[in-house]
Each structure stands twice: as structure tokens, then as C-alpha cells.
Design a protein. Sequence first.
Length: 158
Amino acid sequence: MRILVFSDSHKNITRCAAVIRNIVGVDMILHAGDHSSDAMELERMFPEIPIKYVQGNCDFSSAPRELIVEAEGKKIFLTHGHDYGVKLEYDYRTLLNRARDSGCDCAVFGHTHAGYNDCTRGVVLLNPGSINYGGTYGVIEIENGVLKSAVCDASYLF
């Protein structure tokens, strides 16, 4: 299973759409907020791909503030991150503890506009960075019960 991860598109989905069109075998898309309306527009553009999204600190929508997404037997905690102090904690401990307490294998967040990908105490922490400002996105692949993740640069598309 291949999952594309976006965050902080801030009302500019041009790069999101280009990435989606250029990546083969996309099974799901996650959007970690700022702006959830962008995720709704992507749903209209790509109705064949399930899209899960949350609101960020710049959103004024009815989207949830966090979700637990299940994919191929793995649980992914999806949040924007501002409620978990991701700009204040270098080790993301509050977010990590929330994901672990929820039994999640991965925590996806945004808010900092900087990509981050690491595994800490058995939980993958993935921030795709800002697709709008930094031109980065994330990929999660789950195969044979193994979850792998990466932060990728979309600049090759432009």
C-alpha cells in the first residue's frame, strides 16, 4: 500500500496535484492540515483515491483535529501538530506519547513546515514538511506488515 502525505498546502494544491499525477499506485492520501479545504478540493479532483484529513491552526472547518487511520493492519495517528507542541519540543515527546497511548505505529503531523522522518520508541514520526513553502511531501509504504516512510522533494516536477 502506498500513501501520499501532504501538509501545509495553504490554499495552493498545484504541487499536490502534480505529485499525485506523477506517483504510480497511490492507494490513499493523508493531509495534515493548513488547509483542510485543500484536501476537500483534492477529493473532488481525485475521487478514486481515499483522502483523510484534519484541520490545522489556520483552518476554520469542521474537519476533525485528529484521526486514527487504519491501513494494512497499521494504525496512523494524523494531526496537524500544533496541539502537541511540535514547534516547542525538539523530540516531539507529547505527540509521540499520544500516538503510543493510542496504539499507533506512526504519527503524521505538520505545522513546522520542515520535513522530519524518524522512528522513536517503536513509533514512526513523519512530518512531510510544507508542500507549498518547502516543496516536500511524504510517502508511507506498507508491505508484508512493515511500514516504511520518507520525506520527498517535489521540486523535480517544476
